[in-house]
Design a binder for this molecule. Sequence first.
Ligand code: ADP
Ligand code: ADP
Length: 224
Amino acid sequence: MASVQIRDVQKYFGGTQVIRGVNIDIKDGEFAVLVGPSGCGKSTLLRMLAGLEEITHGDILIGDKVVNNVQPKERDIAMVFQNYALYPHMTVYDNMAFSLILARSDKAVIKQRVDKASEVLGLGSLLQRYPRQLSGGQRQRVAMGRAIVRDPQVFLFDEPLSNLDAKLRVQMRAEIKALHQRLRTTSVYVTHDQIEAMTMADQIVVMHDGIVEQHGKPLHIYDH
Ligand code: ADP
Ligand code: ADP
C-alpha cells in the first residue's frame, strides 16, 4: 500500500490544455473515485498515474517517490480496464499467471499468488476454462485477478464496469468494494456514473473540464 499524491498536474495535447492544475491526495489504503462527465480528463489523469501518458507539468508521487519519469512497468501499480483484455487462447489460470511468468517469478510464488487471487475472487472452479467460456462478470473477475496477483501498491480502475448490464454492475460494485475491504490496497477508480462513485468511494473527486471541482467524502459531496 502507498499514498498517491497529484501535485499541480497539467497536461497539454498539442496546444490544448486538458488537465489544468490538479491536486489530489489519496491516503494509504483509501478508495478514491474520480467522477465527471465524458471528456473532463479522468482517463488522462489515470493514464498519467500509470505512466502511460507524460505529464506536461507538476508531480505525481506514489508513496514518497516522485514517479514522473518512472516507466509503467517499474511503477508498483496494476490497472483494470473496461475491455477485459484477457488472452483468448489462455486458461483463466494462465491469464492470471502470465505477467508473473514474464517477470520470471518463482513458480511456487506464482501458484501461491494465483491461488490466493482465485480464492478471493471465487474463481477456484474456473481455472481451466478459457475466456470465451466465461460470463461477463467472471471475465471481469479474471481481469481483476490479473491485477491482484501482482500484489501492487496501487490499483487503477478505468471504468471497469461500463460494459456490463445494470444488474451485474450493481453486483460487481459490491464485489470490488468487498475486495478492497479485504486487501486495503490504495485504489483510484474512474467512472462517469455518480451512483457508482457514491456507493464505492472513501473519497470522491469530482472533475469538470480539466480541474477538480469538489472533493471529499461521498455524503459531503452530493448531500446538498
Ligand atoms: P474522460 O476520461 O473524462 O472522458 P479524457 O481524459 O479521455 O476524458 O479526455 C480529456 C480531454 O482530452 C478530451 O477533450 C479528449 O478529447 C482529450 N484527449 C484525450 N486523449 C487525447 C489525445 N491522445 N490527443 C488529443 N486529445 C486527447
Ligand atoms: P508444468 O510444470 O507441467 O509446466 P504448470 O505449473 O505450468 O505445469 O501448469 C500446467 C497447467 O496446469 C497450466 O497451464 C495451468 O493451466 C494449470 N495449473 C497449474 N497450476 C494450477 C493450479 N493451482 N490450479 C489450477 N490449474 C493449474
